[in-house]
Write a protein that binds this ligand. Structure first.
Ligand code: FES
Ligand code: FE2
Length: 428
C-alpha cells in the first residue's frame, strides 16, 4: 500500500471510482442478507462456538502491563480471561478460573500482584500461573500433585504493542493470520502508539449491525452532514478485500488537513501539542480505515488511530468499545488536543450509532425483506462471507447463509499492486 506502484494504483482507482457510471462490469449482484443473521439465537450460538472462540481478538496494549505482576482483566464476552506480565517480563494470558471451584483470581480491571490469591478458599498462584499453595491441603486425596492444577493458559501474541488472545490452541500464529495487514501497517510505526482514552457504548442490537455501520461511507452525507461528511468524497472510496476476512477502505478527501482540523474543532496549526501519527503518502492524504476481522475497525487520522470494537454481550446487546491511540507523547498528561478530539468523536459516534437499535427492531419485524447491499457496501457482504467461512458453511442452516460472491475480488499479496484495478474492470 505504500510502494510507488500501489500508491499510483490507489490514486488511479479512486479517480476511476469517482467517475464510474455504475459497478464495474461483471460485478455480481449481492443477494440480500437474511434478517435471521441478526435475530436468530441459533446463528448467535454458532458464532460463539466457531468464531469467537477460535479467532484472534484484541485484548490490551502492552503499555497497560508495564511491570512484572501488572495485570489487566479482559472484558471479552464469554471468555473470562486476564493478562499478566510474569516475573520474567513475559506477558501471559490465563482463564480467570481458579482450579478449585472456579472463583476468579482477578476482579479489578487492572492492578499489580506478585501472587494471585483466590479469595474464596485462598488457593494461590504465581505470575506464571503455577499453583503455589492450597489451604488445608491435607484434606485432599494424597499424594496431591499441584503441578497439574495451574491456571489454564490462553494463547496470547503481540503485534507491535497490540496484544491479542485466542482461545483456540490450534489457530495459526497471529502475524500469519493478520497477513497483509502487517505489511500495510509498517508505514504507521505502530510501536510508537499508546492508548490515550478508552470509551464504551452499550446498544440493544446485534453486534453485526454495529460492525456493518463502520464498514461503509455510503452513509456519511446522510448522518454526518456537519462533521465528517463534508471532508470525505464517498463516491471515490476504494474497498480492498484482503485474505482472512480483513479489509481496507481508502477514501478521497475534499479538504486539506488544516481545514479538516478546523471543521473538527480540534486544531491549531500545532495540533494542540499532539504528535503526528506516522503514515505513508496514501494514509497522509486520504482517509484510510482497515477492518481486522472480525471486530476491529481501525481508521487512522493525522494525530490518532482508533480501534473500534464490537463485542456481543447477547443476541441483541452489544458493547462498542473505542480505544483511541496516539503517538507516544512522553511523560506527563496526554496533550491538550485530545480533549477536543474526544469531544468531536462523541458527536460522530452518536451520529453513527443513532439508527442501530431502530434497525434491530426492523430486522425483527415481519416487514423486513432482507438487508440490501450495494457495490459500495461490499465490505459488509465480504465480512459476512468471512463469518460463514469461520463457522463452516455446513453448520449453518440454509436460510441463514450468505452465498459466496466475492472470492474473485480478494487481493493477494503477490498481486497487491496491480490486481485491484484489473479485477474491477478499470484496466484490462
Ligand atoms: S474457588 Fe478458588 S480457592 Fe476455592
Ligand atoms: Fe459514520
Amino acid at each position: 500500500m505504500d510502494d510507488p506502484v500501489s500508491i499510483a494504483n490507489l490514486k488511479q482507482r479512486m479517480q476511476w471510482e469517482q467517475e464510474r457510471g455504475g459497478p464495474p462490469s461483471g460485478f455480481p449482484a449481492l443477494p440480500p442478507l437474511p434478517p435471521g443473521r441478526y435475530t436468530d439465537q441459533a446463528f448467535f450460538d454458532l458464532e460463539k462456538k466457531h468464531l469467537w472462540s477460535k479467532v484472534w481478538l484484541y485484548a490490551a496494549h502492552v503499555s497497560q502491563l508495564q511491570d512484572p505482576g501488572s495485570f489487566v482483566l479482559l472484558d471479552i464476552p464469554g471468555a473470562p480471561v486476564f493478562l499478566i506480565r510474569d516475573r520474567d517480563g513475559e506477558v501471559r494470558a490465563f482463564y480467570n478460573v481458579c482450579s478449585h471451584r472456579g472463583a476468579p483470581l482477578v476482579r479489578d480491571a487492572c492492578g499489580q500482584a506478585a501472587v494471585l490469591r483466590c479469595t474464596y478458599h485462598q488457593w494461590s498462584y504465581n505470575t506464571k500461573g503455577e499453583l503455589l499453595g492450597v489451604m488445608e491441603e491435607r484434606d485432599f486425596p494424597q499424594p496431591f500433585d499441584k503441578s497439574m492444577l495451574g491456571l489454564v493458559t490462553v494463547r496470547c501474541e503481540r503485534w507491535g504493542g497490540f496484544i491479542f488472545v485466542n482461545e483456540d490452541p490450534n489457530a495459526k500464529p497471529l502475524l500469519d493470520w493478520l497477513g497483509m495487514i502487517v505489511h500495510e501497517f509498517e508505514q504507521f510505526e505502530i510501536d510508537t502508539l499508546r492508548p490515550a482514552a478508552i470509551k464504551s457504548y452499550t446498544l440493544e442490537c446485534n453486534w453485526k449491525l454495529t460492525m456493518d455501520a463502520f464498514l461503509e461511507v455510503y452513509h456519511i452525507k446522510g448522518i454526518h452532514p456537519q462533521t465528517v461528511g463534508p471532508a470525505l468524497d464517498h463516491r471515490g472510496a476504494v474497498m480492498g478485500l484482503l485474505p482472512n476476512g480483513h479489509t481496507r477502505m481508502t477514501c478521497p478527501t475534499n479538504m486539506p488537513p488544516a481545514q479538516q482540523r478546523e471543521l473538527r474543532g480540534y486544531g491549531d496549526k500545532n495540533r494542540n501539542g499532539m504528535p503526528t501519527v506516522a503514515a505513508g503518502e496514501i494514509a497522509r492524504n486520504y482517509h484510510v480505515s482497515h477492518n481486522i476481522f472480525p471486530n476491529v475497525i481501525t481508521p487512522v487520522g493525522e494525530t490518532a488511530r482508533q480501534f473500534l470494537m464490537f463485542w456481543p454481550i447477547s443476541l441483541t446487546r452489544t458493547r462498542v468499545e473505542v480505544v483511541h491511540f496516539g503517538r507516544d507523547w512522553g511523560d506527563g498528561e496526554r496533550p491538550e488536543g485530545w480533549n477536543a478530539l474526544l469531544a468531536f468523536w462523541e458527536i460522530v459516534m452518536a451520529e453513527d450509532l443513532q439508527f442501530l437499535e431502530w434497525q434491530q427492531k426492523a430486522v425483527l419485524s415481519p416487514s423486513f425483506r432482507g438487508y440490501r447491499l450495494s457495490y459500495m457496501e461490499r465490505r459488509i457482504y465480504y465480512a459476512h462471507e468471512a463469518i460463514d467461512q469461520a463457522i463452516g458453511i455446513e453448520h449453518i442452516p440454509e436460510h441463514l447463509r450468505v452465498e459466496p460472491r466475492l472470492a474473485d475480488y480478494v487481493e493477494k499479496p503477490e498481486d497487491h499492486a496491480a490486481e485491484p484495478l484489473r479485477r474491477s474492470g478499470a484496466i484490462s
